[in-house]
Design a protein around this ligand. Structure first.
Ligand code: URA
Length: 277
């Protein structure tokens, strides 16, 4: 069957509007055909109880849920959040955390992202920057803040004599949301335990949240970024209090360059706090 070119163009436009703007494999995959249940195949749910496979040993241990990827995909949001917290807590090092996150199946964003974007920079840095979620360039390279806003972030770091050998950079959500949409509150809630554990393991002296969504996820605040920015707040983790500040996201500064003066004020305050510690 040949499809008229105008129908193909309309379909591509619809995909773009829906945020489907990246091919994630060489060949198309018909997921409908894959999930279609053959009419005659016996359903495991329809099997008589006596024949049903024995349930796995009951266990209150939540991490077990995580090892069964399919169980997580069908679990309730509360169960996924609990599994995320248990798994994040079980990581003793950043390498372990990265590995656990790479195998975590509880966040649907993993299916549409090309790869995990874990972190960049120095794991022993005194300062940690946390953005919202990776964009297209980060998804391709597997590193946070490497696109246009990342280049601006690098220049802002250089202005206070920092670079990626002296700072640690990550995101609240480590997979790119399709079409660069905002992560949903549920996706943020599921990913939050992992970034919190990352902060705990890096143990920076200063935490900088880039943008409102990062600040809201990590600092328990609800105000907009223009109210929040530039104020010293605290991030409490594992009984430790880390000085934290929210500042304007570099992507926002690219759209609103006149606001760079506010970000510069924040970065000067950060530099002075770092030099006092
Ligand atoms: N914006 C973010 O919040 N994070 C990135 O890594 C890139 C752009």
């Amino acid at each position: 069957m040949s499809i008229p070119p105008e129908d193909v163009a309309a379909l591509l436009r619809w995909y773009a509007d829906m945020g489907v703007d990246t091919a994630i494999a060489e060949e198309p995959v018909d997921r409908f055909a894959e999930s279609a249940v053959p009419a005659r195949s016996p359903s495991p749910l329809a099997r008589p109880i006596a024949e049903a496979p024995r349930a796995a040993e009951p266990s209150p241990s939540v991490p077990r849920l995580a090892t069964a990827a399919s169980a997580l995909l069908t679990a309730t949001p509360d169960a996924v959040e609990l599994a995320a917290r248990e798994q994040a807590r079980s990581a003793r090092t950043l390498e372990e955390l990265r590995d656990i996150l790479d195998r975590f199946e509880g966040c649907a964003l993993k299916a549409t992202a090309s790869r995990l974007v874990f972190a960049d920079g120095a794991a022993d840095a005194d300062i940690m920057f946390v953005g919202e979620a990776p964009g297209r360039d980060e998804d391709i390279q597997g590193k946070p803040f490497v696109g246009r806003s990342g280049q601006l972030l690098d220049r802002m770091l250089a202005a206070i004599e920092l670079d990626r050998t002296k700072a640690y950079i990550a995101n609240v959500v480590p997979w790119r949301p399709p079409g660069n949409r905002d992560p949903t509150p549920q996706e943020t809630t599921i990913c939050r335990p992992f970034i919190e554990r990352q902060i705990e393991l890096v143990a920076p002296k200063i935490l900088v949240c880039l943008g409102a969504r990062s600040a809201q996820a990590l600092l328990g605040v609800t105000e907009g970024i223009l109210k929040l920015r530039g104020r010293w707040l605290e991030h409490e983790i594992g009984g430790r209090h880390i000085r934290a500040m929210a500042t304007l996201h570099p992507a926002y500064l690219l759209r609103q360059p006149v606001q760079k003066r506010l970000a510069w004020r924040d970065f000067r305050a950060i530099r002075s706090a770092l030099s006092k510690d």
